[in-house]
Design a protein around this ligand. Structure first.
Ligand code: PSU
Ligand code: MN
Length: 302
């Protein structure tokens, strides 16, 4: 019988032992969210940014049944380029691991494994959420329910405009997931700096977020995640954005795209239809979220 392994990379294991700040990074954006070859460049750059900000990056994935907390460069290359990398949410983890397969981890799965490893700060691009038409399709990302039961501070640029943003915000409230805007009280819309929805709480520094993290522990509200919504510096052209969104949603319906294929389909449509403009914005989002997450991890470890 094959048994799975749970391994931290040498760099992450040393940081864990020394109690140094660590930032978890998801791998689905590398395998399913960004096109080749820029996906590998971004994966490497993001790790460099985390290190430059004084923290240790832990990109998380399952390779050949091995649950990896932190990847070597060869493993990053595998996630970026291999054709047999599945997309794993929390429910898939044990199945993929025990059958010796390989998968990139979504926000839900990455947060689960990070927490298991003792890592509590996480950077991603955008969270999954409630899809448009969810009242009929029931398509709500497992990211939301996973984050409702994990002690994790997640830096993201809000949720993608491909989702039903209002419904997603309502679900965050129900699930007791904390939400603060970084230097803004407008909830960002991923490619756009403002989704049109307001955030009640604004924070203006990593230190302030670290204080909130400590207060969460004291008040025992740290069983649920805290989301730090960090808007991108330069947003996509709005008119173009709205047109591409419309054609993407129509394309998904026409092609019968459902389930876990929806998010990758719409992201790919955006990148192609915007001739790379959305890709550029997407990359900026991931970089700036990683820098902020590292600052938060450093501030929280003081
Ligand atoms: N946001 C991005 N790019 C992505 C994703 C989110 O900018 O690739 C991925 C994340 O891994 C997220 C997942 O957890 O999409 C959500 O997928 P679904 O909607 O199938 O739950
Ligand atoms: Mn879904």
């Amino acid at each position: 019988m094959k048994s799975y392994e749970f391994v931290a990379s040498p760099e992450v294991s040393a940081a864990l032992k020394a109690g140094k700040p660590i930032v978890a990074l998801e791998s689905t954006i590398i395998s399913h969210g960004l096109p080749r070859p820029s996906n590998l460049d971004v994966a490497r750059e993001v790790e460099t940014i985390v290190r430059e900000h004084g923290a240790t990056p832990a990109t998380i994935a399952i390779l050949d049944g091995k649950v990896c907390i932190g990847l070597t460069d060869d493993q990053l290359v595998a996630i970026a380029n291999r054709d047999d990398i599945a997309k794993a949410s929390s429910r898939d983890l044990a199945i993929v691991a025990a059958t010796g397969k390989s998968a990139a981890t979504t926000v839900a799965a990455t947060a689960h494994l990070a927490s298991l490893a003792g890592i509590h700060v996480f950077a991603t691009g955008g969270l999954g959420g409630v899809h448009r038409g969810a009242n009929e399709s029931f398509d709500e990302s497992a990211d939301l329910t996973a984050l409702s039961s994990l002690d994790m501070t997640v830096v993201c640029a809000g949720v993608k405009s491909i989702l039903d943003v209002g419904a997603t915000l309502e679900r965050l409230e129900t699930l007791a997931i904390g939400l603060v805007g970084y230097k803004t009280n407008h909830f960002p819309g991923f490619y756009l700096t403002d989704s049109g929805f307001t955030i009640e709480h604004q924070v203006n520094s990593a230190e302030e977020i670290a204080q909130i993290i400590h207060a969460r522990q004291a008040l025992k509200t740290d069983a649920h995640a805290l989301i730090v919504a960090n808007p991108v510096a330069k947003e996509m052209d709005r008119v173009r954005h709205d047109a591409i969104l419309k054609s993407g949603l129509e394309g998904a319906t026409k092609n019968g795209i459902t389930g876990k294929a929806v998010t990758p389909f719409l992201l790919e449509h955006f990148h192609t239809a915007s001739e790379g403009e959305s890709l550029k914005v997407n990359i900026e989002i991931i970089k700036s979220n990683s820098a902020l997450a590292a600052d938060i991890a450093v501030a929280a470890s003081r």
